[in-house]
Write a protein that binds this ligand. Structure first.
Ligand code: NDP
Length: 285
């Protein structure tokens, strides 16, 4: 039976630490403040933004969801971002994706000040990772940062390990590949055009799936002793939340695995809170 890499103990421990740091900032007269811009009524986005607000408040920060209508104009959208960028009482700013089609041509990340980029998604933040940072010079993208924290928490070594990441998005796969490289792992980044995916996954020590397909990674892809990190958030035919891994088939074979829900998901939100405290300490106090 595999060890379950649960987020809960890490979330509890880190939340306590963040609460203390937030308290200290408040004693110095600064209340960390995050604004999450939500455009429209997408149900999943509403759930994600609410969980960000909840954790922000739990650590003692000000956390506000800024609701904009589904048909917001490009001008109003960019003006809203500019307003919060220049507000010295706002320390973290992010836009919940996806946004409606009229905003698809807007380079959202370039509008956000790098020091308020709690999502770690601006060019500045991504470039810092390519230049070798593990978070010293910029804020790290939330899901990759959460995965690194989880591996550290469970003492899963990255140095010299073969890591296979499936999925090359800008929010997960690509920055995670760079970040893990900075931790001295040997990383293979796979995608929909990868041939012989199975050859890659069977040679890995650690496999990360970030695809968005229920039960994609099966017993035939894996071998004993591996660590499996399942980033996917999907619904199966019964509407139940599940990841990219065929958990029932894979879990009995591997050494360690993240469940869905309860694995990577809560760490993404945790990283956001961590980024908020870090940037407030570093750039605003
Ligand atoms: P994207 O849709 O942006 O990217 C999906 C990636 O998967 C692409 O690189 C694509 O390849 C690759 N892919 C698709 N099909 C295959 C295949 N058959 N074989 C190999 N690779 C394939 O997804 P995201 O990165 O935004 O999200 C991925 C999943 O992670 C989703 O379920 C999402 O909900 C979840 N997620 C979870 C988070 C969390 O906190 N747990 C945070 C962010 C995302 P190609 O580039 O060639 O098209």
């Amino acid at each position: 039976m595999a060890k379950l890499l649960l987020a809960k103990p890490l979330v509890e421990k880190t939340t306590e630490n963040l609460k203390k740091r937030c308290e200290k900032l408040k004693e110095g007269g600064i209340t960390p403040c995050i604004k999450v811009i939500l455009v429209g009524e997408d149900p999943a986005s509403k759930v994600y933004t609410r969980s960000k607000k909840r954790l922000g408040e739990k650590i003692g920060a000000d956390a506000e969801i800024v609701n904009l209508p589904d048909d917001v104009s490009v001008e109003e959208f960019t003006t809203t971002i500019a307003k919060h960028n220049s507000d010295k009482n706002v320390h973290g700013l992010m836009v919940q994706l996806p946004v409606p089609s009229q905003l698809s041509g807007v380079d959202i990340q370039s509008l956000i000040s790098p020091e308020k980029d709690v999502d770690g998604a601006t060019e500045h933040s991504l470039a810092s990772i390519i230049l070798g940072s593990k978070g010293e010079n910029s804020l790290l993208p939330c899901t990759p940062s959460g995965i690194i924290s989880l591996l550290k928490f469970y003492n899963i070594e990255l140095v010299g390990k073969n890591v296979v990441i499936i999925g090359r998005s800008l929010i997960v796969g690509k920055p995670l590949a760079m970040l893990m490289t900075n931790y001295n792992a040997t990383v293979t980044l796979c995608h929909s055009r990868t041939s012989n995916l199975m050859e890659h996954t069977q040679n890995a020590d650690i496999i990360v799936t970030a695809i968005g397909q229920n039960s994609f990674l099966k017993a035939c892809h894996i071998k004993e002793g591996q660590t499996i990190i399942d980033v996917g958030i999907n619904r199966n035919s019964e509407g139940k939340l599940c990841g990219d891994v065929d958990f029932d088939a894979v879990e009995p074979i591997v050494s360690a695995i993240t469940p869905v829900p309860g694995g990577v998901g809560p760490l993404t939100v945790l990283s956001l809170a961590q980024n908020l405290i870090e940037t407030t300490e570093k750039n605003f106090s």
